[in-house]
Ligand binder design. Structure first.
Ligand code: MLT
Ligand code: MN
Ligand code: ZN
Length: 301
């Protein structure tokens, strides 16, 4: 097999759809099979170059269910996993919680920045990942690394903030460092990106993704004040470290100008109206963009 496969394991942001304690119109619809809105799990992407071995980008708290609903990730021997590596893009619970699930003495490589490695070291519960089996590999911003044989990737800093539970007072927003990173994949003449959290799209980042073959991008909220409007919270998207899709300074307008062949919104919050048919989703689709969903597969060859 040639090419590179991207499989959306989880398209929803932290909390998932429905979120356990939310009864907003989307969450309530997702609990009713007749609504047509299927439940969606938390943020994760699987990537393979041979269809046999997989790298997982972000270990969602839903990883057990994601593996269960993805036959490609089932064990093929008594004790086995096609998951050869896990790469973490930030330290939020939706991206590291699943590490506690995949702890059963199974070999894999765990790639993180040193800032995220520090978070894991400071939380002793992650010692359940036995170092005899899990090799932790600290990767530096912009260094190439190989999460799978035949797959070259690179991490780069994107504007973000520290993980929610690391906040002390008002966090610095839009920091470009090791807390929040994007992933660049290069295979022959193709370029793809995975950027599930991003606070702004500065010129350098726009230029980096310009002309890409595929971009998975932060689609957390449609409008900056969505949580407030829905009555589900008090924080804006920007305060949470996520640029909204719509409006001035939104990702839709900025990304639409960049000649990206395929753009998929992922890490979509349960309050986001793009989950359902309506003017907001139509706007996204009119730009030629896709709304991610669990099980969506895109192959670049
Ligand atoms: C986020 O992306 O903003 C976080 O996942 C929030 C959280 O951890 O609940
Ligand atoms: Mn998140
Ligand atoms: Zn909800």
């Amino acid at each position: 097999m040639t090419g590179i496969r991207f499989l959306v394991l989880g398209s929803a942001a932290g909390g998932g759809l429905p979120q356990w304690n939310c009864n907003c119109s989307n969450c309530s619809a997702a609990r009713r099979p007749s609504s047509g809105l299927r439940p969606q799990t938390q943020s994760s992407l699987a990537v393979s170059v041979d269809g046999q071995n997989w790298a997982i980008f972000n270990a969602s708290p839903d990883i057990r269910q994601q593996i269960q609903q993805t036959p490609q990730l089932h064990p093929r021997e008594l004790r086995d996993s096609p998951i050869k590596s896990v790469v973490i893009t930030n330290g939020d619970v939706d991206h590291i919680g699943g590490l506690l699930t995949i702890r059963e003495s199974q070999r894999f490589d765990l790639f993180t920045t040193s800032a995220i490695e520090t978070v894991l070291v400071q939380n002793p519960v992650f010692r359940v990942l036995n170092p005899l089996f899990v090799s932790r590999k600290v990767i530096r911003i912009n260094d190439a690394f190989s999460p799978l044989d035949g797959l070259e990737a690179r991490i780069f800093a994107v504007p973000g903030k520290v993980a929610l539970y690391m906040e002390e007072g008002e966090p610095e927003l839009g920091v470009e460092g090791e807390q929040t990173v994007g992933i660049e994949f290069a295979i022959r003449d193709k370029r793809a990106y995975y950027i599930p959290g991003c606070a702004t799209l500065p010129m350098w980042l726009a230029e980096r993704v310009r002309g890409a073959d595929l971009v998975f991008f932060d689609g957390t909220m449609f409008t900056d004040d969505e949580m407030i409007r829905v009555g589900a919270g008090t924080k804006t998207a920007l305060r949470m470290g996520h640029m909204p899709i719509s409006g001035e300074g939104g990702s839709l307008e900025a990304l639409a100008a960049l000649e990206i062949s395929q753009l998929v919104y992922v890490h979509i919050n349960n309050t986001n109206p793009i989950w359902r048919r309506g003017p907001e989703r139509r706007l996204v689709e009119a730009a030629g963009f896709l709304v991610g969903r669990d099980g969506m597969e895109i192959i670049l060859d």
